[in-house]
Design a protein around this ligand. Structure first.
Ligand code: ADP
Ligand code: MG
Length: 139
């Protein structure tokens, strides 16, 4: 069953010029990009996206980081897209991320960790419409 997930290349990875390297990993893993956009979020927009983390101590810093430069948001489609993307990403803390994962290779810190990926298909169903309308999704 094809599944969809939201991926974001975060400001740190965009500024390191590794958008292509990261997208190559998704494509090599048979994940298909069915929507893509680059945008510079406002702090309010970043706060709204990460609303589930509002009570966490790092929330304000995270929203500041996520609005510090442009991001690339994508919808990835494929078999087990949510879990497959999380495996490609690696652990939240790049120091704990498996060798060869996106975060191990491109992330600088637990906050500036290169990529976001939906953690479940329920989260994807909320996160995809945050960035994309039905008409933006190619079929
Ligand atoms: P993930 O992105 O792996 O799903 P979380 O959902 O737990 O991780 O956290 C969301 C984002 O918040 C992380 O990707 C990271 O950018 C940031 N973050 C998580 N934990 C911390 C922390 N302890 N200190 C600073 N930033 C954090
Ligand atoms: Mg998460």
């Amino acid at each position: 069953m094809a599944e969809r997930t939201l991926s974001i290349i975060k400001p740190d990875a965009v500024s390191k010029n590794v958008i292509g390297e990261i997208i190559k990993r998704f494509e090599s893993a048979q994940l298909k990009i069915v929507a893509i956009q680059m945008r510079h979020l406002t702090k309010k927009e970043a706060e709204a996206f990460y609303d589930v983390h509002r009570e966490r101590p790092f929330f304000d810093s995270l929203a500041t980081f996520m609005s510090s430069g442009p991001v690339v948001a994508m919808v990835l489609e494929g078999e087990n897209a949510v879990a497959k993307n999380r495996t490609l990403m690696g652990a939240t803390d790049p120091k704990k991320a498996d060798k060869g994962t996106i975060r191990a290779d491109f992330a600088g810190s637990i906050e500036a960790n290169a990529v976001h990926g939906s953690d479940s298909s329920a989260s994807a169903a909320v996160e995809i419409p945050f960035f994309f309308s039905r008409l933006d999704l190619v079929r």
